[in-house]
Design a protein around this ligand. Structure first.
Ligand SMILES: [Zn+2]
Length: 472
């Protein structure tokens, strides 16, 4: 089993004690963390003195020989901060190709005038390269796991991109069988939506050595019939599957749901059987106390997406109140079509800042925000025993940051968690590891040809915009 020794970093473990350990080694064996801290007594590591792969991780420094315990490879993390792989609990890889094409609109116009026509214009190739584009940005920026919502068609091609790229993902085909202004290519019957989703779930749930999981993903109550939502609730409960949907992002959305279904959004979603500990709701901005109580009672998780909530002028979710109540909240960038980037460092900084004017400077301390980006994201996926922290036995999803730069210095006397949340940029990531494999290092993605993806995306977006009838 290949082994890697990450040497001498400052490790923000995010373990139960939230320990930060300086001059700390991490021993990775296969896809898991074997030891953290003193790794000298872990026993035989395979062929003694084997040199393995040397010199390929760049800024973090890599050497095949500089370890005394016989690991196949050593990565020198001296001067680096080491964090658990970041987890984004709400993204749309299929929208990476729409970046910059739908600025300065509110949600329902953004959907009807831009995003739905663009999604309708996708083909197999454009979905595939859109997903690779999004994943390239995510891995470069230290995000190792996402909860992803695709579009109605061609989801299979996004799964291929996920499988090939090395990222960990919970993803699903979007489901929509209801509502006005939906382009022809996105119209599907509820029955077809269910059959297609179950087929994808059967094929992809647990694929890529368990890196891929399936989520049933009704888009939101405005574009789903009552029948479809109830069927999703029933089938997901039967299968023990994830449910991922949007809720209470926009006031117009809430008015439509109240008029058509006779209840506020979260109450309605509970009524049709969609809420529970396997469900992640994106946004939850406009929620009243009864809805907050329902989220807590059902153990439903929330994905906070501060950038996109500001950019679409949607509002600010009551996240500190949710956390205080015991509602679990993760963090995500949403789609690049709305956000314009998929940068968890931007989301962390914003999540820390936007609640302070209303609730005071201690409403969202840096550690609380980093918890949302790591252990709380893992809890939202019910993977808290597998990912989200750097501890022996967990999956080796690990990120190295080089913060020896003016924008994040000085480092002495400063809490490393503060540096990560308030000062770091995604471009400070020098190594991203998923399942014990380096998927980004030395400025290069391991499994994605970045230049090819950029070229193909430039070509695809022209065809896409033409098919969508959008003048650029
Ligand atoms: Zn979304």
């Amino acid at each position: 089993m290949p082994s890697v020794l990450i040497k001498n970093g400052t490790v923000i473990t995010m373990d139960h004690e939230r320990r930060v350990v300086e001059h700390c080694d991490i021993l990775v064996e296969g896809d898991r963390i074997r030891a953290v801290g003193d790794v000298s007594d872990v026993g035989e590591m395979g062929p003694a003195g084997s040199t393995g792969v040397a010199g390929s991780t760049g800024a973090a420094g890599s050497t095949g020989a500089a370890n005394a315990i016989g690991a196949d490879r050593a990565i020198d993390a001296t001067g680096c901060i080491v964090i658990p792989g970041l987890i984004q609990t709400h993204v749309h890889l299929c929208q990476a190709l729409f970046r910059g094409m739908s600025d300065d609109m509110e949600l329902l116009d953004w959907l009807r005038l831009r995003t739905w026509p663009l999604e309708a214009a996708h083909d197999e190739e454009s979905i595939y390269y859109s997903a690779l584009l999004g994943i390239a940005e995510l891995l470069r920026g230290g995000t190792t796991c996402v909860v992803d919502m695709e579009t109605v068609n061609h989801t299979e091609n996004a799964f291929w991109a996920i499988a090939e790229s090395g990222i960990r993902a919970v993803s699903g085909k979007v489901m929509m069988d209801w509502g006005d202004d939906v382009p022809e290519a996105l119209r599907e019957t509820g029955e077809h939506s269910i059959v297609a989703s179950v087929e994808l779930a059967d094929k992809w749930d647990g694929a890529a050595d368990g890196r891929i999981r399936y989520a049933f993903a009704p888009r939101f109550a405005v574009s789903c019939s009552d029948w479809l939502l109830r069927e999703v609730g029933r089938i997901a409960a039967q299968r023990g599957a994830y449910i991922h949907t949007h809720s209470s992002e926009n006031r117009g959305e809430i008015e439509i749901v109240e008029a058509e279904r006779g209840a506020r959004n979260v109450i309605y979603l509970d009524r049709v059987g969609l809420l529970g500990p396997r469900t992640i709701l994106a946004h939850c901005i406009h929620v009243d106390q009864a809805e907050l109580d329902t989220l807590r009672r059902t153990g439903t998780h929330v994905a906070h997406c501060p950038s996109v909530n500001l950019k679409l002028a949607s509002g600010i979710a009551p996240v500190p109140e949710m956390l205080d109540m015991g509602i679990n909240v993760g963090l995500g960038a949403d789609g690049a079509g709305g956000n314009n980037n998929l940068d968890q460092f931007v989301e962390m900084r914003l999540a820390a800042l936007i609640h302070k004017p209303r609730l005071g400077p201690t409403a969202m301390p840096a550690l609380r925000v980093l918890e949302m980006a790591t252990v709380r994201g893992a809890a939202a996926l019910r993977m808290e025993d597998e990912i989200g922290s750097i501890e022996p036995g967990k999956k080796a999803d690990i990120v190295l940051l080089d913060l020896r730069k003016p924008h994040a210095s000085p480092g002495a006397c400063v809490d490393p968690v503060s540096r990560v949340v308030y000062s770091a940029h995604s471009s400070d990531v020098v190594m991203t590891m998923v399942d014990g494999r380096v998927v980004y290092g030395g400025g290069q993605l391991t499994d994605i040809s970045e230049s090819e993806v950029l070229d193909r995306c430039d070509e695809a977006v022209v065809r896409l915009a033409r098919r969508a009838g959008i003048v650029r």
